[in-house]
Ligand binder design. Structure first.
Ligand SMILES: C[S@@+](CC[C@H](N)C(=O)[O-])C[C@H]1O[C@@H](n2cnc3c(N)ncnc32)[C@H](O)[C@@H]1O
Length: 251
């Protein structure tokens, strides 16, 4: 079982997220079209991954948990679409230019307590959210509850080496009692791949597809010796991978 964190710790993570998004809102000013284009490409890629497992039609109900300012669901053009995010009101206000014309119904709420009936959705998307939540175990449990039998969950989450996982535990359970380090600020959890697999299996999900990408993406650009050293240390400690998983709800 993955132990949840206190509400106090989660609210700190949310504050980090809000500050990060506030900065992003300033940086994207004037580049909205480019951002929308990039995000729509990401969404298309995910839809391609999903296509062997689900045919997207207008009769589908789709939910994005942790939909952010303009998550994947904002660019899917079929079905009845919902997004839920604990910062949905803030995003609606700060990122209105990215959400304009979207038919996604966004709700301010938590993945740990989804305001929907059992077996409502054909597809649930959870992209880079699970390690930001208060209780990942509850989020997956709720997801399974509101997803139809044989429905599809697209889960993307960073996974780390045992070293990163251990450092995060030390931070959360020892150092974090006094001070939250910026490095771990918005991420209360550093999962290993096996933690994610075990979590999904506990709630009756079968992994149908997985893809582990280096994170940050590898670049061929020449780097200074110092930045190469930094990257080497980062890789040694965390060995982060952006992990995309398509799962089927076996019920
Ligand atoms: C890194 S952002 C990713 C947003 C979006 N999925 C994307 O890829 O752009 C993580 C999001 O999860 C949201 N979040 C954190 N904890 C949550 C919870 N318990 N329930 C719902 N959303 C949550 C945050 O507010 C934030 O918008």
């Amino acid at each position: 079982m993955i132990r949840g964190i206190s509400e106090k710790r989660w609210l700190i993570a949310q504050q980090y997220q809000r500050t990060y998004q506030q900065q992003k809102a300033l940086q994207i000013c004037g580049y909205e079209k480019d951002i929308i284009f990039d995000r729509s490409i990401h969404s298309k890629r995910v839809c391609n991954l999903l296509s062997p497992f689900l045919t997207l039609t207008d009769s589908n109900r789709i939910l994005e948990v942790g939909s952010g300012p303009n998550g994947i669901g904002f660019f899917i053009n079929t079905g009845d679409r919902y997004g839920i995010d604990s910062l949905a009101g803030f995003y609606h206000h700060k990122f209105s230019s990215l959400q304009v014309g979207s038919k996604v119904k966004t709700i301010c709420g938590k993945g740990e307590q989804l305001p929907f009936r059992a077996e409502t959705f054909n597809l649930i998307i959870c992209d880079n959210v699970l390690d930001h939540t208060m209780n990942p175990e509850l989020v997956i449990k709720e997801t399974q509850y509101v997803l139809k039998k044989n429905g599809v969950l697209f889960l993307a989450v960073d996974v780390h080496s045992w070293a990163g996982h251990l450092l995060s535990l030390i931070h959360e359970h020892l150092i974090g009692r006094w001070i939250i380090l910026k490095w771990f600020g918005s991420h209360p959890f550093y999962f290993r791949y096996k933690d994610v697999v075990q979590l999904l299996n506990r709630y009756g999900f079968r992994i149908a597809f997985k893809d582990l990408q280096p994170h940050p993406p590898e670049s061929n650009k020449a780097r200074s010796v110092l930045s190469q050293l930094k990257l080497g240390l980062w890789k040694f400690l965390f060995h982060t991978r952006y992990n995309q998983i398509v799962c089927i709800n076996l019920g």
